[in-house]
Write a protein that binds this ligand. Structure first.
Ligand code: AMP
Length: 369
């Protein structure tokens, strides 16, 4: 049997991870399993990822000298969240391979660029318009109609930076002020049957691998539960969703794991289809089930992709998996979860369980029929 070629980053090398949250923590754990070291860069001295990494840099994202020293100390750089400034990505990319690239980051961190990019690939997205001010909002509402969702172009997450517009907008200036007058995008409301995501990986030489699409349920705009396979998603629709993710990954020249969040919709003819909502240029909360539920976890897959290693199998270990986020006080139930046979508990080592804060997750894998 011939062995696929291995990239230049071998066990013993160091991965630089920008961002110190739970995603960085789980990437570092996966890297350690492969004999790789991790160096985490994060401005917050209390970052959960620091606890599992050999090296840390605590510095702001615009500290060019600290970024350069960080890059010089690692073999490859990745990031765990998309809101790092473009200039930061470029400083890093000038010194070390940065995966995903600075241009993939630029496209996906701006909702307007992202929507235009996806639509340009012929992939369905909600109708959208750029909105820069109150007059622009009034005009966009006239064109798109209501209900609609107004979102800031940048820095939105977990429902932050967006407003649902149901009824006539009496005071567009007040709506814009509620989003601190930031540049926005207005999107037509998509009457979806379910929210699904495709977590997938691509390597620099174009190898691609996707997990089965999973269904995501949100509570208070925060992911609460992920189930795979997505209930009620026909194999043909699942294949279409994966093909959409591949088209996006190829067009971005993407390297690493990405998640494409989609709405499952049904056309007037009763035919199911998908509409892309957004792309996360990183490992994703809806992929946490893969740690125990898939042959290769999303974190191991990301490490493989950015190191130029062959991708692992994305196949389900059992027949289904469920992941529940432990948000805020829910993490206090950890002894009961621990006592439950077959449940896999993950706690992120965060101090205070503030409302809305993701403290951990639990995964259950179904192995029976
Ligand atoms: P986002 O921050 O874009 O992921 O949006 C957060 C949540 O708002 C999504 O998971 C959906 O539940 C809902 N949402 C966002 N955009 C739309 C849309 N255009 N139509 C319907 N629901 C939406």
């Amino acid at each position: 049997m011939s062995t696929p070629p291995i990239g230049p980053v071998a066990p013993g090398a160091t991965i630089g991870i920008v961002g110190g949250g739970q995603l960085g923590r789980m990437i570092a754990i996966a890297a350690a399993q492969y004999g790789l070291k991790a160096h985490i860069y994060c401005p917050d001295p209390d970052s959960p990822a620091f606890e599992v990494a050999g090296r840390r840099t605590v510095a702001p994202y615009d500290d060019a000298a600290a970024l350069q020293a960080f890059a010089d100390s690692v073999d490859v750089v990745t990031y765990e969240f998309e809101n790092i400034p473009r200039a930061t990505a470029e400083i890093l990319a000038a010194r070390r391979p940065l995966h995903p690239s600075a241009s993939a980051l630029a496209t996906t961190q701006d909702r307007l660029m992202e929507k235009a990019f996806v639509a340009g690939l012929g992939i369905p997205v909600a109708p959208f318009r750029a909105v820069d001010d109150a007059a622009g909002l009034a005009e966009a509402v006239r064109e798109i109609g209501l209900p609609a969702v107004l979102k800031t172009r940048r820095f939105g997450y977990d429902g932050k930076g967006q407003v649902m517009l149901r009824d006539a907008v009496a005071d567009p200036a007040a709506v814009m002020a509620s989003l601190r007058d930031q540049p926005c995008i207005l999107e037509g409301f998509v009457p979806f049957e379910a929210e699904v995501s495709v977590v997938a990986a691509r390597t620099a030489d174009g190898a691609f691998s996707a997990y089965d699409p999973c269904a995501n349920e949100h509570r208070h705009h925060i992911l609460a539960r992920t189930v795979v396979p997505a209930p009620g998603m026909a194999p043909q629709t699942a294949a279409e969703a994966v093909a959409v993710a591949r088209t996006i990954a190829d067009a971005l020249g993407y390297v690493g794991v990405l998640a494409v969040e989609m709405f499952l919709v049904r056309g007037p003819d009763g035919r199911a289809g998908v509409v892309v909502n957004e792309i996360a240029p990183r490992v994703h909360n809806s992929g946490h089930w893969t740690i125990e539920g898939a042959q290769t976890s999303q974190f191991a897959q990301h490490v493989r992709a950015i190191c130029g290693w062959p991708l692992g199998s994305p196949a389900l270990v059992g027949t289904a998996a469920e992941m529940l986020n432990l948000v805020g006080d829910a993490a206090a139930d950890w002894p009961a979860i621990l006592a439950e046979p077959g449940s896999h508990l993950h706690l992120y080592g965060k101090g205070e369980a503030r409302p809305g804060r993701k403290m951990g997750h639990v995964t259950r894998v179904t192995t029976g029929p």
